[in-house]
Write a protein that binds this ligand. Structure first.
Ligand code: KIV
Length: 265
């Protein structure tokens, strides 16, 4: 098996100009497939709320829900670096609570945690986590936990706001983050940030110039109900699964399944 991916590996990959491949996963078989495909980073994202749990946003996702999916992914994953999202309200309010919550994710098998934003309480939280040995991935741009503040899923960092985002990226690096996700920002801004940081940038809807890319499992496999501009469906699983289920239902109703072949003496 190729060597285990660690936070150090990602830093070396940036230094050597090797692209980092990341994807979300929420269960053991998916994690196993991601490993088999040679993905470098698997994120148990709070996108589990939209993709698996039927929530409209990521806001209702709880620590217990992330822990449940994280433990499943842990059982399926060997090589890729396993990162767990910290859900809304489990950080950014009280630093000691945030460190404790991150610790619970690490005890459940995460090798790093991800937090959104770069306000002072978040920077303090990053510093406190790193101080006790918890690697932190930062997340800037269109951070879904702030969706109501943004007033919808819209591109962040355009115009003068770009400078603020560049400063935020520098601040999370300074606070000790080992990587930063840049979500739905202009590609030239992502390029500027990537060039001015020593830690890797991992884009999603941030163009081709980041050090790596992360995508949501359901989007690239064509399982999502919506098609987003920032993604590409490599399969059309939603359609294929629906057709397979219809065929199964028809064959049961028409007494075409099960047959002798699936029967026992
Ligand atoms: O929750 C998630 O899936 C994420 C990725 C989109 C980066 O945060």
């Amino acid at each position: 098996m190729p060597e285990k991916v660690t936070t150090r590996t990602l830093s070396q990959m940036k230094a050597q100009g090797q692209r980092i491949v990341a994807i979300t996963a929420y269960d053991a078989p998916s994690a196993r497939l991601a490993d088999e495909a040679g993905v470098d980073v698997v994120l148990v994202g709070d996108s589990v709320g939209n993709t698996m749990l039927g929530y409209e946003t990521t806001l209702p996702v709880s620590l217990e829900e992330i822990l449940h999916h994280l433990k499943a992914v842990r059982r399926g994953l060997k090589r890729a670096l396993l990162v767990a999202d910290m859900p809304f309200l489990t950080y950014g309010v009280d630093t000691a609570d945030a460190v404790y919550n991150a610790g619970r994710l690490m005890q459940a098998g995460a090798e790093a945690v991800k937090v959104e934003g770069a306000t002072e309480p978040i920077l303090e939280t990053i510093r406190a986590m790193v101080a006790i040995g918890i690697p932190v991935m930062a997340h800037l741009g269109l951070t879904p936990q702030s969706i109501h503040k943004f007033g919808g899923y819209r591109v962040q960092g355009r115009g003068a706001e770009g400078k603020r985002l560049l400063e935020a990226a520098r601040a999370v690096q300074e606070a000790g983050a080992f990587a930063v996700v840049l979500e739905v920002i202009p590609k030239t801004l992502a390029q500027r940030i990537t060039e001015s940081l020593t830690i890797p940038t991992i884009g999603i809807g941030a163009g081709p110039f980041c050090d790596g890319e992360i995508q949501v499992w359901h989007d690239i496999l064509g399982l999502s109900e919506h098609r987003f501009k920032h993604t590409r469906a490599y399969l059309n699983l939603r359609e294929q699964i629906r057709e397979a289920l219809q065929q199964y239902a028809n064959e049961v109703r028409e007494r075409l399944f099960p047959t002798e072949e699936q029967s026992f003496e």
